[in-house]
Design a binder for this molecule. Structure first.
Ligand SMILES: NC(=O)c1ccc[n+]([C@@H]2O[C@H](COP(=O)([O-])OP(=O)(O)OC[C@H]3O[C@@H](n4cnc5c(N)ncnc54)[C@H](O)[C@@H]3O)[C@@H](O)[C@H]2O)c1
Ligand SMILES: NC(=O)c1ccc[n+]([C@@H]2O[C@H](COP(=O)([O-])OP(=O)(O)OC[C@H]3O[C@@H](n4cnc5c(N)ncnc54)[C@H](O)[C@@H]3O)[C@@H](O)[C@H]2O)c1
Lengths: 207, 207
């Protein structure tokens, strides 16, 4: 059982190790991994203990091993497929982002309820109708959903995604959506991020 | 001193209270506030104790009082102004979002380095050149910056924002940027969010 804050940090270590590996850096210490992320070496060591990894004294962690272990440990050794619900400002940005076309977690389909948007193409995906969400999910072997509809439509979109069989939802709408036990749900709320940033500055950088 | 996770939850309570108030709901219990956010009543009470608020037994919290206290406690009773650096996919989505034109934390200006983008208008803001960032920040009384440039340009954008005098940065690029002590910096990384979601699903919803 890995708590979500630790899972998020482990995902950040995976990204840093992948980038070190592509730069030809074979090993890194917990100090240097931590420094890249603004974390203490002790935090890095504690987190990597979740995946039974310990660095070698004086050498550090082997980047190739860490990448493999982190990918396998979290089911990321295989591709994950997501469907986007809502192709507006945010939706178009996500579909236009090349890494989301073929990365380990890829947005492979998109649906919308607006006839003017249905049929349009973004980054090689053709927008389908909301009614065909169930079919899109089944046909595409899709396990994840991204909600980018207005707040008033977000809960309905979540219900439709759960009914279609997705097991995880990323919600961009500024409301909490309820999902059944067993469905993972996370939330990106840019308005809250901006507000928290202002709070931190108002508190004089105390955080 | 309020830890950042608590500040983030307090910002969520503020949003929920604002929305209850506009629906004409004068009070709410810690249970009902918690239920709207997937948090326990005890967590809500602990957090609101940071701003010296305690609910009345049997009645709960007064929404109008809570909104005022949360806004005042975090410097949100006055407007905050932000500048966007990078007007690409994400940048255009942020500029096209009506709430960011005039909300308590508003994106009032935008800069870019691409001549084809400089001069374009999005949501009533005209994109200026990266060279004029210092002038834009001074002229606009801007305290916050949003980074929406490619990863390779993110650190430079952060340095330019700090040099221009902003005190808080929200970074969308998938790299950590370093800022001096005293500058607040937070990070929205959609790729990490998607990856964490897949991890949660792979771990069988354990989180
Ligand atoms: N744009 C931003 O920068 C930004 C920032 C913060 C939060 N958000 C939130 O993200 C969400 C998306 O924002 P946006 O700016 O992309 O909105 P938008 O209005 O540009 O796009 C919404 C899209 O969803 C579609 N839609 C509406 N109801 C639907 C339904 N029931 N089923 C399927 N599709 C439906 C619309 O046709 C439209 O294409 C909103 O909840 C918004 O509050 C956006
Ligand atoms: N689009 C998405 O959905 C998405 C998802 C996850 C992460 N991101 C990250 O968000 C950031 C922005 O992504 P995007 O898709 O909007 O990129 P984009 O390429 O569409 O836009 C980048 C913009 O930044 C400008 N720019 C480049 N260098 C600059 C500099 N030195 N100073 C000022 N402006 C500069 C470019 O002219 C362009 O307008 C990237 O770091 C990207 O990795 C984007």
């Amino acid at each position: 059982h890995i708590p979500r804050p630790a899972a998020r940090r482990l995902s950040l270590y995976l990204r840093e190790c992948e980038s070190l590996l592509t730069q030809g850096v074979p090993t890194a210490s917990s100090e240097s991994l931590g420094a890249r992320l603004g974390l203490s070496a002790a935090q890095v060591r504690r987190d990597l203990a979740y995946v039974a990894q310990a660095g070698q004294r004086g050498v550090g962690y082997d980047m190739a091993t860490l990448v493999t272990v982190l990918q396998e440990g979290f089911g990321l050794e295989r591709p994950w497929r997501a469907v986007l619900v809502g192709v507006g400002n945010i939706g178009r940005a996500l579909l236009s982002y090349a890494p989301f076309r073929e990365s380990r977690v890829a947005i492979v389909a998109a649906v919308d309820c607006d006839p003017a948007t249905i049929g349009s193409q973004w980054g090689g995906r053709t927008v389908e109708s909301m009614q065909s969400l169930g079919e899109v999910v089944r046909r595409g072997g899709i396990e994840l959903g991204v909600i980018a509809v207005p707040a008033s439509a977000a809960q309905l979109a979540a219900d439709d995604l759960v009914a279609a069989g997705v097991r995880g939802i990323l919600n961009f709408a500024p409301v909490q959506v309820t999902v059944p036990e067993g469905t993972a749900c996370s939330h990106v709320d840019v308005s809250v991020e901006l507000r928290c940033l202002a709070m931190e500055v108002a508190l004089g950088g105390e955080h």
